[in-house]
Design a protein around this ligand. Structure first.
Ligand code: PAN
Ligand code: ZN
Length: 204
């Protein structure tokens, strides 16, 4: 199988490829470049500059062939590359599941964080190899690479959950993860990019 399978599925094994970067058999592969992340980084000027300066790949999502349909349990590996834009660590778009259902993440490589937001309260979970992060129903979620290497995790989620990206654009994620002196710095979602960004930045 090399794309999404059609139910009913027969029992199958799915194995990790080299470096835990792929699944075999493999389904859809998504590549998110900087230009796909418009409106997500607080520093819009730095985001635009990064698009102009080569539009780098920020993350990829490699799925198994298990399809996103009711009663199935699809899986995928996300790899977020290391970097920051205007000091804000590279991250996934983030989404809410329109059909509120739980999800589990298993950290595979690198250092990351799982940011969760229920519309009022934000939570941050440190993620690394061997860590299971549990996303309860109703919590929007975004993943962040806070290290210097690719951050990689496996996600397993109900096939009927769906993905609502507009919810995050409308409600935010409660917090942002910025590069601090030694570690990750969590700041309120609406905080400006950084103190030095404020005074003289030309308007676009
Ligand atoms: C994950 C995410 C994946 C990419 O598989 O979809 O990490 O993040 P975005 O979907 O926010 O771009 C998951 O949470 N699935 O439900
Ligand atoms: Zn999800």
């Amino acid at each position: 199988m090399s794309t999404s399978a059609t139910p009913p599925l027969s029992p199958l094994t799915i194995t990790f490829g080299p470096g835990n970067a792929t699944l075999e058999p493999q389904g859809q592969v998504l590549t998110r470049r900087m230009s796909d992340l418009e409106g997500l980084f607080v520093d819009g000027h730095a985001w635009r500059q990064a698009v102009v300066d080569g539009d780098p790949v920020v993350y990829t999502v490699v799925s198994s062939p298990v399809p996103e349909v009711p009663r199935e349990l699809p899986q995928s590996i996300t790899t977020i590359y290391p970097g920051d834009t205007g000091g804000e660590f590279w991250m996934t778009k983030g989404h809410q599941h329109p059909d509120p259902q739980g999800e589990i993440y298993l950290g595979l490589e690198g250092r990351g964080g799982l940011l969760l937001f229920d519309g009022e309260r934000a939570e941050w979970l440190d993620m690394g190899p061997g860590t299971i992060g549990y996303i309860p129903p109703g919590w929007a979620h975004r993943s962040v690479n806070v290290g210097d290497e690719p951050y990689r995790f496996l996600a397993v989620y109900p096939g009927s959950a769906g993905h609502d990206y507009g919810w995050v654009l409308a409600h935010g994620m409660g917090l942002r993860a910025r590069r601090g002196d030694a570690t990750v710095e969590l700041v309120p979602f609406g905080a400006p990019a950084s103190a030095s960004d404020n005074p003289t930045r030309p308007q676009e």
